[in-house]
Design a protein around this ligand. Structure first.
Ligand SMILES: [Zn+2]
Ligand SMILES: [Zn+2]
Length: 350
């Protein structure tokens, strides 16, 4: 009992029970307007983005810098999201990355899917270690938000539901939908990042942690479903690196950048990503092929490709770049040929 964090426990269980009772009663005599439903869903999306673009990609991973005005707006909506203060969130998230899947990971999926989704919040958290968030120690807005978080969170939610109630002249509907249904939807979608995004999907970039990439999860989580990539290259402001990957957080940051409201967007060099994938593929092949005679050839071509990809990351001279790309194309061709032959010989079916 001493280990239970009573405030989050009562808050979360309390509002789930409240909605389970209040919604059926409400629907017996009321129907929410389309405007109210659309506003509620928009608020879910905006506050979700505030958490992913603000708490996650800016504070936790320093993927970019934002204008103080954007900072204030995102912080308001992230406070509305009711996921703890930015400092606490960042602290826990940095521990999650540094100790993923171990006992020191606050929401380790190794303790179960439900634990990573919700139960971890019912356990008293470790005190904030100031060293983990030392870079944020002078951010006065964040310190203020942390100090008065419970009050600010309630004020933000009351202000929002009163505004929506006034807009649609429906205070009861706004109380239920723009506050509590929104909180429910927002909570479960962002919690999926800790649960489903560590459980259901592919692990193309790294097998060393449980994080997965899953397009469907990114639809639910404001673009955070490319979680295997994110855990592998956490400083990239993108999670979905292709233009067509559903990552509204990336699109928001990029738009802010184009408007002059964000700067220093960090991305991982494409050659570096390709080299990382190649080396991983090579290791898998070498393990599969074991004593086969093909191992030497696989290693030889992969090493050649890896050297060129490493050189291309820092090359500036156009003539050198052209020559390197030419040899890269030739080596890729050879690499693909090796894979085709191995498949034909059924050496890769194991
Ligand atoms: Zn992260
Ligand atoms: Zn994660």
């Amino acid at each position: 009992m001493k280990k239970i964090a009573w405030a989050p426990f009562l808050y979360i269980i309390g509002y789930h029970l409240f909605l389970a009772i209040a919604l059926p009663i409400y629907f017996m005599s009321h129907t929410p307007s389309w405007g109210l439903v659309a506003t509620t869903l928009s608020l879910v999306f905006i506050s979700g983005l505030a958490v992913t673009a603000g708490y996650h990609r800016c504070y936790s991973h320093s993927c970019y810098k934002m204008h103080p005005a954007v900072d204030a707006v995102l912080l308001f909506f992230a406070t509305l999201a009711t996921q703890g203060s930015a400092l606490r969130w960042t602290h826990d998230h940095r521990l999650h990355h540094a100790h993923v899947d171990t006992d020191k990971d606050p929401y380790s999926v190794k303790k179960g899917l439900l634990y990573a989704h919700i139960l971890w919040m019912f356990k008293k958290s470790v005190p904030i270690d100031s060293k983990v968030i030392s870079d944020l120690s002078r951010r006065s807005m964040l310190i203020f938000q942390h100090k008065y978080y419970p009050v600010l969170m309630v004020v933000a939610n009351v202000m929002t539901f009163l505004t929506v109630g006034w807009l649609f002249n429906d205070y009861l509907g706004a109380f239920l939908f723009a506050w509590w249904v929104r909180t429910l939807l927002l909570h479960h979608t962002t919690w999926c990042i800790n649960s489903l995004a560590h459980f259901w999907g592919t692990r193309d970039y790294s097998q060393e942690h449980s994080a997965v990439d899953n397009y469907l999860i990114s639809l639910l989580t404001y673009g955070e479903g490319y979680h295997n990539y994110h855990h592998t290259f956490a400083y990239d402001y993108r999670n979905g690196i292709r233009w067509y990957h559903f990552d509204p957080t990336k699109w928001l940051i990029w738009t802010l950048y184009k408007l002059g409201l964000a700067s220093d967007l960090k991305t991982v060099n494409n050659y570096r990503i390709a080299r990382h994938l190649l080396l991983q593929h090579k290791d898998e092949l070498v393990q599969k092929l074991k004593e086969s005679a093909a191992v030497q050839k696989v290693q030889e071509v992969a090493d050649r490709l890896s050297t060129t990809l490493a050189q291309l990351q820092s090359m500036l001279d156009p003539v050198q770049i052209r020559a390197a790309k030419k040899s890269l194309r030739e080596d890729w061709r050879e690499w693909r040929h090796i894979l085709k032959t191995l498949r034909k010989e059924s050496l890769l079916n194991a």
